[in-house]
Design a protein. Structure first.
Length: 515
């Protein structure tokens, strides 16, 4: 019987494989408990060279029947050879993509009884595989029913593991299977969120964190995600409280996440005290500018006060189209909710007042700017996002009347701890933000001060801490911020402290020396 050797961790980019070390396989199987006594049948949907298959057949309590699926010919041969040498039961590896199979019809089993699905599916996104010409892709469909703009942008760029999860859940529902796969924790959370909104037959769930840097030399938050599929017809039965364990070997959970009306909760226990503030924000959150042309559009001032682009070139354009810019990283450097308002160190070119506005007008209204943009047109032509296709030249997104509001309350989407900043004009010009920021536009300094005071109320901050995930690439998002019910917070707030904060913000943004 061939033994699978695990060499140095590496990402096989064409299929998104992180080979699973035998020691990790052993820990996963031990976490699941005696395999054979619980599950006579086991499926590995992306088995590679057979790391999990080998762990299963060498287990103290092996299953009686194993099925594997593998696309790469060399990996398929190694895995098939491994199962052929197994004398403790029967096994078979199917060569092909898991997406090409109907798991309910194409897999034949001699055994009956509970089914376990275990393994380590690819950790890359569909766009990464598509750009590499890989065949290991699901059939293209708007599976999450995204609205048009989201389906064309990052929201539709899902992990391949996510598609595998959804396929397994839907096609193996009649088996009432247990599914336990290694994946990014972000994938596990998306599955739970989707399951609470869509009719997915899930009865129970749990997460077990693992050290991806140790096992895979990968800087990503990962886990063993385990689901128990519900009996036939029991759809949407995701538990409100889902335990998570800090390590595969831990006996007791370190905490619990939750799902409420399709919305995730990162700290289920802390959430209970501030649940009254989780609702719908009465104001509309906006995201900052998106242009994907920072070398041209983002400018800095040299010691003489002249503007220069990222290449260091002097930029002489009409000032009416140049605005102070704060990026997400700038907001993170501010000194707290009642700290100083830093001067803008950057500027940004704003070519439109609303999305889709014709830009040819700049040739007449701002000839210097038009000439500058035209000289650097190649930078705009290289933008890959489909949102720019068919749009006027030099188009941007995230722009509208709200962008030009004189006062704003903003937050960096990159911060692990929520903190809001009240921002007034700089140099008499409204501040713009990049697309890593979110903000509420305000017409007056008083409005901004009051909104900032409510958003930096302890209840708001505790709520955001309980519903956001610090390990996420962007912990703060528009969807999370839109859950803050400002009215509910005001009704229960300490009004004296609220007024103190508002007065401090008003003094700050009304001080000309800070603008």
């Amino acid at each position: 019987m061939e033994r699978v050797e695990w060499g140095a961790s590496r990402l096989s980019r064409d299929l998104g494989d992180f080979p699973t070390p035998p020691a990790l396989v052993a820990e996963v199987l031990q976490r699941l408990g005696p395999i054979g006594s619980q599950w006579p049948r086991v499926l590995e949907p992306t088995c590679g060279r057979g790391a999990f298959l080998q762990g299963l057949i060498e287990a103290d309590s092996p299953p009686r029947e194993i099925r594997g699926v593998e696309l790469q010919p060399s990996h398929f041969e190694a895995a098939q050879s491994l199962l052929k040498g197994w004398r403790g039961g029967t096994g078979q590896v199917i060569q092909g993509s898991v997406f090409a199979l109907d798991l309910a019809r194409d897999l034949t089993w001699a055994e009956e009884g509970p089914l376990l699905v275990v393994g380590n599916p690819p950790w890359v996104t569909n766009s990464e595989l598509g750009s590499l010409g890989s065949d290991n892709l699901p059939r293209k469909s708007n599976v999450k029913r995204l609205r048009g703009i989201d389906a064309c942008t990052g929201a539709s760029n899902f992990d391949i593991a996510e598609a595998i999860w959804l396929k397994l859940i839907r096609e193996l529902a009649p088996e009432e299977a247990t599914i336990a796969l290694l994946c990014k924790t972000s994938v596990a959370r998306r599955i739970l969120r989707f399951a609470s909104r869509a009719p997915l037959p899930i009865a129970d769930a749990s997460l077990y964190r693992l050290d991806a840097r140790r096992w895979f030399r990968a800087s990503v938050d990962a886990c063993l995600f385990r689901l128990q599929l519900a009996p036939s017809g029991a759809y949407g039965a995701v538990s409100a409280r889902i335990p998570w364990f800090a390590d595969l070997g831990d006996a007791q959970p370190a905490g619990a996440i939750g799902v409420k009306e399709g919305k995730l909760i990162s700290n289920f226990d802390a959430y209970q005290a501030v649940a009254h503030a989780d609702g719908q924000c009465s104001l509309t959150w906006r995201q900052g500018l998106k242009h994907d042309a920072a070398p041209v559009m983002e400018l800095t001032s040299d010691p003489s006060g002249s503007l220069r682009n990222r290449s260091g070139d002097l930029v002489d354009v009409e000032s009416a189209w140049v605005y102070p810019l704060f990026k997400g990283a700038d907001l993170l450097k501010f000194k707290g909710g009642e700290g100083e308002l830093a001067r803008a160190s950057r500027s940004v070119v704003v070519t439109q007042e609303r999305v889709g506005q014709e830009t040819a007008r700049l040739e007449r209204a701002a000839p210097l700017l038009w000439a500058y943009l035209t000289r650097n047109a190649s930078v705009f032509h290289r933008r890959k996002s489909s949102i720019y296709q068919g749009r006027p030249p030099f188009s941007i997104f995230g722009v509208g009347p709200y962008s030009f509001a004189p006062f704003k309350v903003a937050i960096s989407g990159l911060g692990k701890v929520p903190r809001f900043e009240v921002v007034g004009p700089v140099g008499g010009r409204p501040v713009m933000f990049d697309d890593t920021c979110y903000f509420l536009p305000c017409r007056t300094a008083m409005q901004a001060a009051l909104v900032g005071a409510v958003l930096n109320d302890p209840v708001t901050l505790e709520l955001l801490g309980a519903i956001s995930f610090p390990d996420a690439k962007r912990p703060m998002t528009k969807s999370i911020l839109s859950r803050v019910d400002l009215g509910a917070i005001v009704r229960r707030a300490d009004h004296a402290r609220l007024l103190e904060r508002a007065e401090a913000y008003l003094a700050m943004i009304s001080d000309p020396s800070l603008c």
